[in-house]
Design a binder for this molecule. Structure first.
Ligand code: UFG
Length: 340
């Protein structure tokens, strides 16, 4: 059977690069497209080294409909995985139009071409759509809640765009994967997260503090109604997360979907507090981290973790890597970046 081709928009970024590696390993042809607005070529080069292939790379912006059309004409694309979007929560509050225009326009263009060509669409959504949940763990049937940021709103809106297009156009199928908190790096330490400026997310801030780039980690709040007072999240290893995409693409392309539009939670199902994560990082990497308790960060939810059983049943996917392995990989990547 001919190999199927998967387009990865934003394929040079953190999640896109790990997904590309797993798609290649599973036997798909991968086309990467990225505008390099929030990354350089480090991860693309790492992907080529891991796969041993110079994978096709198109530098383009998905807000440019002509460029998207050319891409879909140049390649026979069976499925597209859409990562190309802005993702900084705080920036989206400060400049909502930047987020609404970029994140919606790019996805509308992809849907337009998916409709024209009859192509499956996998959208990278987020646990942010659950807001502050009433019940834990959250399942896919848990209600979506109002988001606290324009970034979160774009995730909800794109889910709705995909749902409506699937329901109206019979030649499109769609899956939304709702990621919990992706962390860690590829075990080769050739690809990983490359935050620009001061990291907003916990694990890159921890690794940069441990390497000496940041003086001290602030733990945002220790007075939450959780067992140790710090927030709880469902931290999912980036390679495990990437493998979920391969399962989802196979489900779409092998005609296994039970409905035209499906949603899956991608997480471990295990809550971990900020303090537990810090302590595990110290232990597994045999170091001491400089940290202090700071005030709560506005917009943070107290706790969120998922029920991943639907993904296990329907996608045949489940998280396999331990928090220790993941935090060791994050540290190995930071050391590699520092040349240590
Ligand atoms: N945290 C700290 N110190 C830091 C950074 C984070 O204590 O320097 C804490 C946060 O308060 C939170 C936890 O670590 O309790 C995780 O924070 P992250 O920023 O790593 O992740 P979030 O859960 O806030 O972010 C996730 C996704 C976003 C999404 C957001 C919605 O990464 O894409 O949830 O709430 F938008």
């Amino acid at each position: 059977m001919a190999k199927k081709t998967v387009l990865v928009s934003g394929g040079a970024g953190y999640i896109g690069s790990h997904v590309t590696v797993e798609l290649d390993a599973a036997g798909y042809d991968v086309v990467i497209a990225d505008n390099f607005s929030n990354c350089d070529h480090t991860n693309y080069n790492g992907v080529c080294e891991i796969t041993g292939k110079k994978l096709p790379l198109i530098t383009m912006d998905f807000c440019d409909l002509d460029a998207v059309r050319k891409l879909f004409n140049d390649y026979s694309i069976d499925a597209v995985i859409h990562f190309a979007a802005f993702k900084a929560v705080g920036e989206s509050v400060a400049d909502p139009l930047k987020y609404y225009v970029n994140n919606l326009e790019s996805f509308l263009n992809i849907l337009t071409l998916a409709r024209e060509k009859g192509c499956n669409v996998l959208f990278s959504s987020s646990a942010t759509v659950y807001g502050e949940p009433d019940e834990l763990p959250v399942s896919e049937r848990s209600p979506r809640k109002p988001c606290t940021s324009p970034y979160g709103n774009t995730k909800q809106m794109c889910e709705d765009l995909l749902r409506d297009c699937v329901s109206a156009y019979p030649n499109i199928k769609g899956i939304a994967l709702r990621y919990f908190n992706p962390i860690g790096a590829h075990p080769s330490a050739l690809i990983g997260e490359l935050p620009r400026g001061v990291p907003q997310n916990l694990v890159p801030f921890i690794t940069q503090t441990a390497i000496g780039k940041r003086e001290c980690l602030s733990i945002f709040g220790d007075d939450y109604p959780t067992p140790d007072g710090t927030c709880q999240r469902d931290y999912i290893d980036i390679v495990d997360l990437a493998k979920a995409h391969v399962c989802a693409v196979a489900r779409m392309l092998d005609g296994k979907m039970e409905e035209g539009y499906e949603i899956f939670n991608i997480g471990t199902g295990r809550p971990l507090s900020v303090m537990e994560l810090v302590t595990t990082f110290e232990k597994v990497n045999d170091l001491k981290l400089n940290y202090k308790i700071a005030p709560r960060r506005p917009g943070d939810v107290t706790a969120v973790w998922c029920d991943p059983s639907l993904s296990e049943q329907k996608l045949g996917w489940k998280a396999t890597r331990t928090t220790e392995q993941t935090l060791a990989s994050a540290w190995a990547w930071e050391k590699k970046l520092a040349g240590k």
